[in-house]
Design a protein around this ligand. Structure first.
Ligand code: IPM
Ligand code: MN
Length: 359
């Protein structure tokens, strides 16, 4: 008999409720591996606010090197009430995204059955699209500075960086993804070409050029402000959206609430190159006030686990997790809000495991 395929996963539980939700995702991933007959190994990494406060370390070089040997990282949450904003986000989350060149931020926006959306008259058939967000450039590049800091004449700059290589690889990936997804076969570029006449002109021209290689994909363009309006009015119009880092950050929070909020929404930071390390995370934060109470919703973390499998080459196992989640939201959970689910955090994990066997 051939050896079983092996998947090694690094787990960064992180802060607050992060470790609780990743524990449920790990539980579900193990069950999925058993059902689909592959081997999965986990290794936990202690990073986040607690470690930073104790030792001053955010991401030691040897830990980074070790993490790079894994094809996939499952991340819980980063953010600690005693650490000033930006320290952990820049030092850990963005550092991993940038240094591992995870140039795709993939955000599926799917309203699962039984989940409430704030949009009246919209259901699971209407809210089912994907945002592909560039993940390494734009205002996030950290280029800027102060002049005359702390004086009345202070100047601050923060420069958006857009490169041909950076937008082309993201746009190309989005076209490929739209083709593979095989739904409406429509790719919408979201930008602001009427104002950002340099950076977004580069995006626009690159989009038009790459589109020529994909005659089977319908191309489309929205300004970002109009996109926010259409996403609320006609979410069913969208199939795949490709956009810049900063706009992608903003519209994916709008999208997340359409699909039921932070308890449900998951994302992937993907380095699609051979040997690349990708990182998957629930969108929600560390929710300090719920820590240790067993009331936080693990669905988003479990969905991140499903995405991880899909990207790591275990597509049928990933799809199985997605179906199991829908069985649980559709027939068991009372709500997606922390403390109102009708079950504890670990009971939800158990329910998804149970559903896996029959989906
Ligand atoms: C996200 C988050 C991050 C971002 C923060 C935590 C730095 O909002 O993943 O969307 O802005 O990218
Ligand atoms: Mn965000």
């Amino acid at each position: 008999m051939a050896d079983k395929k092996l998947l090694r996963v690094a787990v960064i539980g992180g802060d607050g409720t992060g470790p609780e939700v990743t524990a449920e995702a790990v539980k579900v991933l193990k069950a999925a591996a058993e059902l689909e007959n592959f081997e999965i190994q986990f290794r936990e990494f202690d990073l986040g606010g607690e470690r930073y406060l104790k030792t001053g370390e955010i991401l030691p070089e040897e830990v980074f090197q070790e993490l790079k040997t894994f094809p996939a990282i499952l991340l819980g949450a980063i953010g600690h009430p005693d650490v000033p904003p930006g320290v952990l986000e820049r030092g850990l989350l963005l550092e991993l995204r940038f240094r591992m060149d995870q140039y795709i931020n993939l955000r599926p926006v799917k309203l699962y059955p039984g989940v409430e959306t704030p949009l009246r008259d919209k259901g699971p058939n209407d809210i089912d699209f994907v945002v592909v967000r560039e993940n390494t450039e734009d205002l996030y590049a950290g280029v800027g500075g102060f002049l005359k800091k702390g004086t009345p004449d202070e100047v601050a700059t923060q420069t958006a960086i857009f490169t041909r290589k950076g937008c082309e690889r993201c746009i190309r990936w989005a076209f490929e993804y739209t083709r593979k997804r095989n739904a409406k076969k429509r790719l919408t570029l979201v930008a602001k070409t009427n104002v950002l006449t340099y950076g977004h002109d580069l995006w626009w021209r690159t989009f038009q050029e790459v589109a020529k290689e994909y005659p089977d994909i319908q191309t489309d363009y929205n300004h970002v402000d109009a996109c926010c309006m259409w996403m609320v009015k006609n979410p069913e119009y969208y199939d795949v959206i490709v956009t810049t880092n900063m706009f992608g950050d903003i519209i994916t929070d709008l999208a997340a609430i359409l699909q039921g909020g932070m308890g449900v929404a998951a994302g992937g930071n993907i380095n699609p190159e051979p040997g690349g390390t990708s990182m998957f995370e629930p969108m929600g934060g560390s929710a300090p006030k719920y820590t240790g109470k067993g009331v936080i919703n693990p669905i988003a973390a479990i969905a991140a686990g499903g995405m991880l499998l899909e990207q790591a080459g275990f597509a049928s196992a990933g799809a199985k997790i997605n179906r199991a989640i829908q069985a649980v939201t559709g027939t068991k959970m009372k709500s997606q809000a922390a403390g109102k689910m009708g079950y504890s955090t670990s009971e939800i994990g158990d329910l998804v495991v149970e559903a896996l066997a029959s989906v």
